[in-house]
Design a protein around this ligand. Structure first.
Ligand code: SF4
Length: 454
């Protein structure tokens, strides 16, 4: 049996600031280089299209592609390595293709086509390489389809939830039917699907590693002072908030301050992301703070008394099961459906995870996911300056609060509700389809044009 998309596809370790505009393009370039004789490369041309070209500078796309051409992968590269190689490329105006062969290339050489949308997706990039005799080594178009996922033109996209797992599902109705028939939770259904490709220990260990990276990104985000990069002059707030919380709540578990802790975690992760730091894509970089923030609420307040593992593992498995639905039936890409696909999906996944670890039935969990997305429908993507800072950072804190409230509301019901999660997911997809491209990660509408950049 082959696995479908699962927890380790929806949650990956990567660098900021954007999964679709940084992580995906870096992966695409690294994939391109892995298929050619890197030592033979003498000339490389990079063309960016659509949203990648429109907001690529603010999202670090140009740097990401150049680093990917050097063979660096987003899940293993360290922020210090990124800084060092970015400075070297800018200085020498040369890229080490595949880490060895050098070609003349720097950010100024990347060709931008913001008004040209390639047929496969608005996030398109074309990579070409020639040898010393000017013979073409490869010519490939890639699409970055959101959440760090990539597709090479002409090749099959990664199958969604339908591959040969024991409990295939693409809709919440199918997922709930498995839960009913097997008398299992959503987390357990997802776990059994994951067991096709990993042992139980590997699943648990991998999930706990993701949670560790989430925690590390909070610590790192709270330790950097000053302004965020990019020229918008957005101050980092996480360090001051951490200091204040440590004074007001030294043990970190005062119930009166749960909201402030949740806000702090969301801000710290997203400031780390905006700084190009190491975070967990969950399921995108722009929305990376929501799940860690709600997970913090679960481990420190809601499910207090249970071990961290007992909370983290079912929380993230359930969130992944809901993420599969968005990936299969709609999109998690802001460039495709607006911010409802990024922040909305993350809020919905977090609500489901929280409801699960608080003992919700599968129908209550589905209800939590539905409520959270229902109140994110229509959310546009309008980052000022094309940077993942305003409105993105605060939006994560607000969406985390929505997720917590959605879970609480669902748990006070019996799971029956008028609008199903499947209906909301389809509505999100159709709303995204109707949304003007101005509001889909092009920085041409909304706050991106209403607020004068400094
Ligand atoms: S507005 Fe939303 S979708 Fe757009 S970059 Fe920010 S977090 Fe991502």
């Amino acid at each position: 049996m082959t696995p479908g998309i699962g927890v380790f596809d929806l949650f990956t370790v990567g660098i900021g600031p954007s999964s679709s505009h940084t992580v995906g393009p870096m992966r695409a370039a690294a994939d391109f280089v892995s298929r050619i004789d890197a030592d033979a490369a003498n000339r490389v041309q990079v063309d960016l299209y659509g949203s990648l070209a429109a907001t690529g500078r603010g999202h670090g796309t140009l740097t990401a592609v150049l680093l990917g051409l050097e063979g660096l992968e987003p899940d293993v590269v360290l922020p210090a390595q990124v800084e060092e190689r970015t400075a070297a490329i800018a200085d020498e105006r040369r890229v080490r293709v595949g880490g060895t062969g050098e070609v003349p290339l720097c950010e100024d050489d990347v060709i931008l086509h913001p008004l040209t949308i390639l047929p496969g997706h608005t996030n398109g990039l074309r990579l070409r390489a020639w040898d010393a005799a000017d013979v073409l080594l490869d010519d490939a178009v890639y699409y970055s389809t959101g959440g760090g996922f990539i597709v090479r033109d002409g090749e099959q996209a990664q199958a969604a939830a339908t591959a040969s797992v024991p409990f295939p599902f693409e809709t919440a109705a199918e997922l709930l039917a498995h839960c009913d028939r097997e008398d299992l939770s959503m987390a357990e259904i997802q776990r059994r699907n994951e067991l096709v490709s990993r042992t139980g220990d590997e699943i648990d260990g991998g999930i706990l590693h993701l949670a560790d990276v989430m925690s590390e990104s909070v610590v790192s985000g709270a330790s950097r002072e000053g302004m965020l990069p990019g020229g918008l002059r957005v101050p980092r707030r996480a360090p001051a908030w951490r200091n204040r919380l440590r004074l007001d709540d030294p043990t970190g578990d005062d119930p009166a301050l749960w909201q402030e802790w949740v806000n702090f975690v969301a801000l710290a992760v997203n400031e780390e992301n905006a700084s190009g730091g190491r975070i967990v894509t969950a399921p995108t970089n722009g929305a990376a703070g929501i799940i860690p923030a709600v997970l913090h609420y679960a481990t420190h307040y809601a499910a207090k008394g249970r071990s961290r593992d007992e909370v983290v593992i079912p929380f993230l498995l359930t969130a992944a099961a809901i993420g599969v639905l968005y990936k299969a039936r709609a999109s998690i890409s802001g460039a495709e459906v607006g911010c409802q696909g990024e922040v909305g999906s993350a809020s919905s996944m977090a609500a489901a995870g929280l409801a699960e670890v608080l003992g919700g039935t599968p129908r209550q969990v589905e209800n939590a996911a539905e409520i959270a997305m229902e109140h994110n429908l229509g959310l546009t993507c309008d980052p000022i300056g094309g940077l993942v800072q305003i409105p993105c950072i605060e939006r994560n804190a607000i969406a985390a609060a929505k997720a917590i409230n959605a879970a609480k509301m669902a748990l006070w019901g019996d799971g029956t509700h008028r609008v199903s999660l499947d209906e909301v997911i389809v509505t999100m997809r159709e709303t995204g389809r109707d949304m003007s491209s101005k509001y889909k990660e092009t920085a041409l509408g909304g706050l991106a044009v209403s607020v004068v950049e400094c």
